[in-house]
Design a protein around this ligand. Structure first.
Ligand code: EPZ
Length: 419
């Protein structure tokens, strides 16, 4: 099992390029199931979750061809089965994103019920209820979601809570349904907008993506297209914090500042000088210790839950006390215990963490528990005195492309050890 050996090494300086967005790539790969033509996807990040999705499609008989660096061509005409097996779904919950497209295009799907994960129970009831409202017959037995449908019927669906993949699943299903579908209280994340853009390129009729009300006029068929995935805003934010936590100066290129305004506001509140261009963001701490900031996670365009752990690491070494409220997931403070092993002073009360910044953390062995928690531990280790060994870095490989190479380029002392 791979580990990262990290040595605190002073301020990070330099420039890194943002990779394609994991959480846009995953639904867009599944969108290929909606057509018998070829969908060409560019700017795909080299991540475990992308490889898992490609494996999931391939084992269904879908043709997935690597067409170049970060480029695949997918053709689902030759699909032989509509089953997403447990051994793949248990490694990646986002496998649920094949459900909507398979039902819409093939009229059937069997998807292993995604279990919970470290950050919460993560039910998919809203996905299922929405598909039933569109005429699907769904039963859950033996750990499987078994769904069948004739042609799906357009419906008005109001989500009880904002769900990103729930919005994406139903958006994809609605593209081929009979009549109009209206999604209310829909997710507004940039990754939803990118999926909609790809679907529109394939011939879908969608209005309102990026707002809480999305309207879809079903069509009989979708055709092939070529789509380039947007930059990863969470990776971008993570590298900006790598600069902030080490009091350095980091520029992230080939990104989009418009996707993470709430995060940039918080970095400015923490005392960073943040400059932006059309496709780059530069953070400069001017050598100063960050100031503690308060965080309250909400759906987009509010502060993203996927940046919460990284800001807890930043608050751990900031001047003052920061209060972090996590409102999206019920158990997304697993990183707190590990940060405390590095000397952080954190009090957890329900979904609120009170972080009292210390001048310096001290390196120690720690364990990653989920994707963004592992990023937070790497950030903390880069700023700590001494050596930190981060275990279970397979979590980080799911969502960060070549993270150790990118951090080394900024002067970080980090290397992968396999034990
Ligand atoms: C997506 O997960 C992202 N994953 C997550 O990123 C991200 O943290 C999350 O959205 C919130 O922004 C992908 O896009 C692949 P939700 P998702 O459905 O769609 C509840 C990362 O680090 N809910 O928006 O699974 C749910 O329990 C990952 O890249 C229901 O109750 O999250 C949660 O409390 C982690 N019933 C809330 O909604 C449902 O049917 C938001 O979950 C669906 C969700």
């Amino acid at each position: 099992m791979d580990k990262f050996l990290i040595q605190g090494n002073g301020p990070l300086q330099g420039e890194v390029r943002a990779s394609g967005a994991k959480n846009a790539a995953l639904p867009i790969l599944c969108a290929a199931l909606l057509t018998d033509d070829t969908l060409a996807i560019h700017n795909l990040p080299h991540l475990w979750d992308v490889a898992t999705t490609n494996r999931l499609l391939t084992q269904m008989g879908v043709a997935v061809t690597v067409a170049g660096q970060g480029e695949v061509e997918i053709n689902a005409r030759s699909i032989t089965t509509c089953v997403a097996p447990y051994e793949l779904v248990k490694t990646m919950r986002a496998s649920i994103l094949v459900l909507g497209p398979l039902l819409a295009k093939r009229g059937e799907a069997q998807v292993s019920l995604p279990g919970g994960c470290a950050i919460g129970a993560r039910p998919v009831d809203l996905h299922l209820r929405g598909l039933e409202a569109m005429g699907a017959e769904i039963e859950v037995e033996g750990g499987f979601i078994k769904a069948r449908a004739g042609r799906l019927q357009g419906a008005r669906i109001v989500f009880d809570v904002v769900t990103v993949t729930g919005t994406e699943n139903l958006l994809m299903a609605a593209t081929l349904a009979e009549g109009q579908t209206v999604l209310e209280n829909a997710a507004c994340e940039p990754e939803v907008v990118d999926l909609a853009k790809c679907l529109i390129a394939m011939g879908a009729k969608i209005e309102g993506a990026g707002t809480s009300t999305i309207r879809v006029q079903g069509v009989a068929n979708l055709h092939g297209a070529t789509h380039s995935v947007i930059p990863d805003r969470i990776e971008t934010g993570t590298f900006l914090i790598a600069g902030a936590i080490t009091r350095g100066r980091v520029r992230v290129t080939q990104t989009d500042p418009g996707m993470l305004e709430a995060v940039l506001d918080k970095l400015r509140q923490a005392g960073a000088k943040v400059s932006i261009g059309a496709d780059w963001i530069e953070l400069d701490m001017l050598g100063r210790r960050p100031r503690a900031v308060d965080i309250h996670t909400t759906p987009h365009p509010g502060f993203p839950t996927d940046m919460q752990a990284q800001f807890m690491a930043l608050d751990s070494v900031a001047e003052g006390v920061g209060t972090i409220r996590e409102t999206i997931f019920e158990n997304r403070f697993m990183h707190a215990q590990e940060l405390m092993r590095l000397g952080a002073e954190i009090n957890i009360e329900g979904n609120t963490a009170v972080v009292t910044g210390v001048e310096r953390l001290s390196g120690a062995p720690v364990m990653a528990t989920d994707l963004r928690a592992s990023a937070a531990l790497v950030l903390a280790a880069l700023s700590a005195d001494g050596e930190t060994l981060v275990d279970r870095v397979y979590h980080i490989d799911r969502g960060y492309e070549h993270i150790e190479e990118k951090l080394r380029k900024l002067g970080g002392k980090i290397r992968r050890v396999t034990q």
